[in-house]
Design a protein around this ligand. Structure first.
Ligand code: SF4
Ligand code: SF4
Length: 328
């Protein structure tokens, strides 16, 4: 049975990091919070994890990939600016999928941020909270969705290709000039952009560069269960790069109804619970969910079944749901 350590003190948790499994170059996967969010992981907390790795004589970088939608973390320049504004000022930061989010490696059919290849170990440092499409977000979500390049994120979120909102399109042709698949053209009758879904390769570049936010992401084309399963599959692909050199820390503080991608403040819906550490991505999410449910998390996003991501990850063999919670 997998051990999951639980404490209300982050230093106590950090003392349990099994350094013997970590190599020389450690990526620390975090989420810097969308501009306007106030409940993302605090930079002071992240700094403690970072300093712990550095003080062990290893190299460390905070790593992330750009987001799918148009926001403050859509390209690397804006992403780094947002991170700095949110207080992540004294740590190396590495946005893994390039300036425009189009640099990826294909691992098991999953499109992951290319920069992942530079690291030999990873710490997945996750803020546990609710999520409007997956019920909750923890280690599996932070790994699978978070390490997906923009094309990977579109792949997870959608079964169909993007489309153009004709009312918003201003016919500037920026998307046409940047689509490598030559899938976009101006409709001769309406003079608005249109996407040929047969030619579209799902790179999601047009979504990020349209200045009018006129390219629709077909969010509703995937079910929550389908999305959760794909996220678990991306987690499996990402962790395959690191073999057994991956550690998971879940932070059960500032637990909100929705995720840190929301561009507005949210109020926590539960009292803070504490910190968990494990070398098992499935066990730590199951333990986090169980602890939170004991405090009333069942009422959060209650229309969404929260187990599919855990079940699918366990069924694929990337971890076990059976855990032993060790309070320290
Ligand atoms: S970039 Fe946006 S506004 Fe410009 S043509 Fe394409 S869809 Fe229309
Ligand atoms: S998603 Fe990529 S390939 Fe598809 S239309 Fe947009 S830019 Fe072109």
């Amino acid at each position: 049975m997998t051990e999951v350590y639980f404490s209300q003190d982050i230093e106590t948790i950090l003392d349990r990091i099994p350094f013997e499994v970590l190599g020389k170059s450690v990526a620390i996967k975090v989420h810097f919070g969308e501009k306007g969010c106030t409940t993302f992981l605090s930079p002071r907390l992240v700094q403690k994890v970072y300093d712990k790795i550095i003080s062990s004589g290893r190299d460390a970088s905070l790593v992330e990939c750009n987001v799918l939608y148009k926001g403050s973390r859509t390209n690397s320049t804006d992403h780094l600016k947002t991170a700095k504004e949110h207080g992540f000022t004294d740590m190396n930061i590495d946005i893994l999928d390039g300036e425009l989010g189009d640099e990826f490696i294909d691992v098991m059919g999953c499109k992951l941020g290319k920069g992942l290849e530079k690291y030999d170990s990873i710490i997945i440092l996750s803020h546990f909270k609710g999520h409007m499409m997956t019920g909750f977000g923890g280690a599996i979500k932070n790994t699978g969705m978070g390490l997906g390049s923009r094309a990977g994120k579109l792949h997870m979120h959608s079964r169909i290709k993007p489309s153009v909102n004709q009312n918003r399109c201003k016919s500037c042709e920026i998307c046409i000039n940047n689509c490598n698949a030559k899938a976009i053209s101006l409709n001769k009758t309406t003079n608005k952009a249109k996407i040929d879904s047969d030619k579209c390769e799902g790179c999601a570049m047009c979504i990020s560069i349209c200045p009018e936010r006129a390219i629709n992401i077909p969010w509703a084309s995937e079910t929550s269960e389908g999305l959760q399963k794909k996220i678990a599959e991306y987690s499996k692909a990402a962790l395959s790069i690191f073999k057994n050199s991956a550690i998971f820390i879940n932070v059960l503080q500032n637990i909100t109804e929705d995720c840190d991608c929301l561009d507005k403040p949210q109020k926590p819906v539960l009292d803070d619970i504490g910190f968990l550490l494990s070398d098992n991505i499935v066990a730590i999410d199951q333990a986090s969910l169980d602890l939170a449910n004991n405090k009333g998390f069942n009422a959060v996003q209650k229309s969404i079944e929260k187990q599919p991501q855990i079940e699918h990850a366990a069924n694929m063999g990337i971890g076990s749901k059976n855990y032993k919670l060790i309070s320290i």
